[in-house]
Design a protein. Sequence first.
Length: 206
Amino acid sequence: MARYFDVHPVDPQPRAIRQVVQILRDGGLIAYPTDSCFALGCSLDNAEGKERITRIRHLDERHHFTIVCADFAQLGQLVHLDNSVFRAVKAATPGPYTFILPATREVPRRLLQPRKKTVGVRIPEHPVVRELLKEMGEPILSSTLLLPGMADPLTDGWTIKEELDHSVDAVIDSGECGLEPTTVVDFSNGYAEVVRVGAGDPSPFR
């Protein structure tokens, strides 16, 4: 059964955050709120966690997993950014955007999109995620919590707990989360291509 953590949406309790981070470090998979919608997350070195996300969401190898970063310093270690891309991404973070970029050698090969050797990265603005990443001290692997056959992501923590009780190890509930996933901007070809319009305003990238 998944552990359930009811945390404050603006000032999350440090003890709860520490407990969730320990679950991540121990190889666990969590469901957590972001500034767009709920997501599934595990540590970057957790190969089984990635496979669990794949099974829960029925994903194929073309899916771009997202590496969620605490700040631009972390993000810059994981992806290649030229000056113009750097300025565009910097201006939109933190916020509800995912950027697809060529990965550096710091990213494990199993996390890359096989053909293009790219990865999704983002810096969220949600206080709970920011405290989680701060305590973790490293990025986490993530994917939108959109279940097979559902048109919209789940938005309620307790419903997620009931739905995924035997599939995840912890659920963080900080109240209603948004319905829209991130806006996805693909820079892998050297220019901005909006491949999914979501919570973030796409107009700066068009």
